[in-house]
Design a protein around this ligand. Sequence first.
Ligand SMILES: [Mg+2]
Length: 201
Amino acid sequence: MRTIDSIIFDLGRVLVNWYPYQYMVQVFGEEIANVLHESIFSVKEAALLDRGEMSEDEIWQIRLKRYPEYAPYIEHMKDKILDLLTPIEENVNLIPELKRKGYKLYVLSNFSKQAFDAIYSKYGFFTYFDGLVISSHHHTVKPEKKIYEVLIQEHGVAPETSVFIDDREENIATAQKLGFHVIHLEQPSLLKQKLEVMNIL
Ligand SMILES: [Mg+2]
């Protein structure tokens, strides 16, 4: 195995907390949370956000129109949702050290334009990265090969000397097919340990 020189991070549940269902259970109770989670927020339009083919405003309007009886809950989530995206501090704190060690750092993540803009302007850790590949900027989402190829072709990342980190199995599978080393991060708290095992940290 050649030495690892680049590390590629997913955002949600790797570097950034993203647990809207758990939040809704806390605030609205389980019954309402289930309706919101399974019917209202799981519509196919949500995928179009990550593809950059629909805006956050458009999708909230569609939800409010389709489920007027849930309007107060939908309005609450509309106002609150971007605040639920917060850094996973213990993992974000590893970034400066990885940079100091000389690794090239990248983000490869499915994110709507508005949500990404919100966290990008709010949190400073993005300045450590050498490249940011965000699905809505490229009209392709993981696990499609095409978005990984943006990283390879536009950023010159070589899969065989790179580690790709993601919480979702299907995203890991595509990365493996393309020849990346991978870390399937099922628990955010395991990141440091997994990097140490691979001798990266
Ligand atoms: Mg994720």
